[in-house]
Design a protein around this ligand. Sequence first.
Ligand code: GUN
Length: 302
Amino acid sequence: MAKLIDGRVIAENVYVELRREIAELKSKGIAPGLAVVLVGDNPASRTYVRSKDKMCRALGLHSVKLELPVSTTQDELLARVQRLNRDPSIHGILVQSPAPKHIDEEAIVRALDPGKDVDGFHRENVAKLVIGDASGFVPCTPLGIQRLLIETKIDIDGAHVVIVGRSMIVGKPLALLLMQKNKNANATVTVVHSRSRDLEKITRSADILVAAIGQATFVKGAHVRDGATVIDVGINRLEDPASERGYRLVGDVAFDEVARKAAAITPVPGGVGPMTIAMLMSNTVKAARQSLPRSGALPATS
Ligand code: GUN
């Protein structure tokens, strides 16, 4: 049976570090601030936005939660983003995806101040990830996956990482992050997706297999090599009248059969999810830190 990688415990370790850093920033007169914008009433998005707000408050971050009606226009949303760009109490801005159909999300992301883009979706941050410029923001889920692997002491350096899924939020940025030239990366990365030929043959050659395709239980035992590490990014709601909420959460991995083969695996919930929120908090603290004038940058007063 595979060892369970507990994202909740590892996220707690991240929060210990962050609390220290937040106290230091506050001693310099800065309370890191995060604005989360939700348009419409997607129930899953509401839950995510609420947990982000709750975590900000638990850490003593300044939190602004904007819940806008589904009737909000593109121009109104742009104006909100521009106001947040100018607000000095806000260091990070996140516009929750998916937005309603009439919203052009790409245009909204482009309007963000790249220095406040804690999601790492703005093209300036995407470019910095490609280049390997550490001043940029890396999307939270890939960053959380890397941290999970590091804290669990699973060697990424030289490993074959196979990522199932090519999204802009997970698959693509994770591939870029893990192929970087440093000891916490240096992976050989393969990205497979719905159109890949011989998908099973490729996933079976993975030392580390990441499932981020957005389909419940897509990755089966037959996709996994004995002894591999399996990271499940999926959060799929399956109707379940027997459960209190009327649904249960399942990942992109058929957990029981894969856990019998893998050496280590993340559960859903309690694996990648808590790390994504922890990395959002971490990116917000980084944004606040980078907003400080660098010592020596200001002209001396006489
Ligand atoms: N929806 C699902 N994941 C994310 C995320 O990481 N950021 C934003 N903005 N929306 C999401």
